[in-house]
Design a protein around this ligand. Sequence first.
Ligand code: ASP
Ligand code: MG
Length: 411
Amino acid sequence: MALIVQKYGGTSVGTVERIENVARRVKGWVDRGNQVVVVVSAMSGETNRLIGLAQAIDPHPDPREMDVLVSTGEQVTIALLSMALQKAGCDARSYTGSQVHIRTDSAYSKARILDIDDARLRHDLNAGRVVVVAGFQGVDEQGNITTLGRGGSDTTAVAIAAALKADECQIYTDVDGVYTTDPRVEPKARKLDRITFEEMLEMASLGSKVLQIRAVEFAGKYNVPLRVLSSFDEVDGEGTLITLEEDGVEAAKISGIAFNRDEAKLTVRGVPDQPGVAYKILGPIGEANIEVDMIVQNIAKDGTTDFTFTVHRSEQEKALEILRKTAEQLGAREVEADDQIVKISLVGVGMRSHAGIASKMFETLAKEGINIQMISTSEIKVSVVVDEKYLELGVRALHDAFGLEEANPGA
Ligand code: ASP
Ligand code: MG
């Protein structure tokens, strides 16, 4: 008997009919002798609808009330799924995040899970029930409802799997696994059988929207085997398994290409080239809780330099406002913002043992006439920022150059 935590995303529970399909699938796992905890998202579109309602009242609603509001979507689906399970002859009970004590910090809309009291879950599982838990939500020390950030139900599922030491955490979604890149951009994209946590983290953080990044971090930290599967396949496929790196297996040079259209680039020109400048520019940005991704400081000329960094597009305005103030204080020449950018990244643990990946990437982009605006590298990733209009061209050219449509690229 295995203990499985399953998570079904918004499209998988998008209609009553689909909820009944999920119930049948869950029942199948139970009938095969497994204990199952199910975590669900809100019905697709519901969270956005709720956000829209709030914004019709106030473009910047109170964060606490916002979390009270957006957490309701999941409460609908847990109840409906439990009803569907019971109708299918499967004993089931639904719980909100606070009922199973998914304790978080108080950072509304991006709360972090601190701990989960698994006693209640175990009690129901041992009584032969399927436990259905609302994803995306928790409760802080003071009893306030919190939410975990968009796509947070994945994190709920992984955290529960970690707390229960589940055998596997299965993320059911509308795709049948993790692909070498987004098939909507490159139709030759191939499903991966396996990928490491590290690679998945890069793929997710770079905008492959299959899994929430925190969920992957959590799974890696607690070594929770994570499987991405389609809830639309008639019979369960193998999906993609996300695990630790295996020793002795020759890793492919590149596992995938991620891209991210959610960033905006901010540049401050003509800042004095002195110690502390980076701190003076990025300090206030950090204090405002704005995450900075890529950073480039140009070589100084005539005692001044240009400083460029990227932030999430939704925080561009806020960051720009702060940056304008800083620029004035520093006597900088000008401040610019550009959101017509995309970040494209090659990801692969195999990079550690293969040289020349970056230069091949630059060569490939150069051949297509694509200008590179920013570059950053890590042990398992090379990223470039280019004009947004080159997204398709760039991704396809790289997919081809690194032979990703075949199972063992460039081996
Ligand atoms: N319903 C939330 C969202 O749309 C959480 C989730 O789907 O995981 O972001
Ligand atoms: Mg989701």
